[in-house]
Ligand binder design. Structure first.
Ligand SMILES: Cc1cc2nc3c(=O)[nH]c(=O)nc-3n(C[C@H](O)[C@H](O)[C@H](O)COP(=O)(O)O)c2cc1C
Length: 340
């Protein structure tokens, strides 16, 4: 692997936790880093300076030196304070997603961080390949959890990037098993980027209801929608929706004429839009997943399909990484069967 300045020193496993706002704070990132992977803290839109200080201090002090933070380009276009704050901690890696990363990648790279960028189309792959401030390309397929484009699957975009860029390529979206890790690495990815599979872990900041619902979900139980952004008034650019588990709100709105009409209804302050907004905000505040966003991808169907008791513990992230480490056996089997 010719990463030049990426990966940082101390990366022993080709596994990176996705910088998930609301799930990947310092505890999850440092657990992944200590287990030999690269731990990233999610810095979402509106993250406070106190959140950034607290969570980055945890991973900078308790990880294994392989750590970083992930931010949203569209949000930094509006206010770049979060990036300045993150760079005060001199993270070895800074990740950007959603929007034009050009200016932010230059800023982070000139401050000394290795920059990785999530892309969702072949056009974005080519732009990242040509940008000298970007060290590695994260191809994020439409099966991934959380916000992103809903255009191309992970495996197709991975092959395109490997054929059209000499930079390290990291595969994201739908990977949640040793077989998936092996598939990406066998194709030529330098590492995998895992979100959903790491949400139901002890260190994740997600609500217990969110974690339990992922354990119960199958691969068909997700939907791509903007209904929660509209209801919560989060100013995501309109081309970005989010992949979430189905619940009462998605059943009523996602992909329907009601969802199409909701943005205008919300701008006009219609009673129905206001009522939905109050309902989603209240559910989110109380950790009730029946009406709040439960961002997760199709890999939810790869997490053990059991229903833990409400007060049972979730496994440490290190256990998940140990399980994913089974990729070595998958690759060895393939080599034994097919290598010439
Ligand atoms: C709950 C959740 C929150 C996320 N938040 C962010 C974020 O703040 N920044 C970001 O770059 N990506 C975010 N993502 C997307 C991930 O970086 C990544 O693309 C995705 O999780 C990979 O697919 P997978 O979930 O199938 O593993 C989020 C994903 C989830 C599931």
């Amino acid at each position: 692997m010719d990463f030049s300045r990426f990966p940082p020193r101390n990366l022993h496993l080709p596994i990176i936790n996705a910088p998930m706002a609301g799930a990947a704070g310092g505890a999850l990132a440092s657990a992944v880093s200590r287990a030999g992977g690269l731990g990233l803290v999610g810095v979402g839109h509106g993250a406070s300076p106190e959140y950034i200080e607290r969570e980055l201090s945890i991973v900078a002090d308790n990880g294994n030196g392989a750590w970083g933070a992930g931010l949203m380009s569209w949000s930094l276009d509006r206010d770049s304070t979060a990036l300045s704050k993150v760079l005060e901690y001199q993270p070895p890696v800074v990740a950007f997603a959603a929007g034009d990363p050009t200016n932010h990648a230059r800023t982070a790279n000139e401050a000394g961080s290795a920059v990785v960028v999530q892309v969702g189309t072949s056009t974005e792959v080519m732009a990242a390949a040509a940008d000298r401030h970007i060290a590695a390309i994260v191809v994020r397929g439409s099966e991934a959890g959380g916000h992103g484009l809903n255009e191309v699957s992970t495996f197709t975009l991975l092959q395109f990037a490997l054929r059209n860029s000499s930079k390290p390529v990291i595969a994201a979206g739908g990977i949640g098993s040793p077989q998936g890790v092996a598939a990406a690495l066998g194709a030529g990815a330098s590492a995998v980027w895992i979100g959903t599979r790491l949400i139901p872990t002890a260190e994740s900041l997600a609500s217990s209801d969110h974690k339990r619902r992922i354990l119960r979900a199958s691969a068909e139980d997700t939907v791509y929608t903007s209904v929660f952004d509209i209801a919560l008034g989060t100013p995501w650019p309109h081309e970005y929706g989010g992949r979430t588990l189905v619940n009462e709100v998605t059943a009523e709105y996602a992909g329907t004429a009601k969802e199409a009409a909701l943005r205008t209804a919300s701008e006009q302050g219609s009673p129905e839009a206001n009522e939905l907004s109050s309902r989603v905000k209240a559910a989110r505040a109380s950790g009730d997943g029946s009406a709040s966003p439960l961002y997760a991808g199709q890999a939810a169907g790869l997490v053990a399909n059991d229903s833990p008791a409400p007060d049972s513990d979730f496994p440490p992230a290190a256990d998940v990484l140990a399980e994913l480490g089974g990729f070595r056996e998958c690759l060895a089997n393939a080599a034994r069967l097919w290598a010439v």
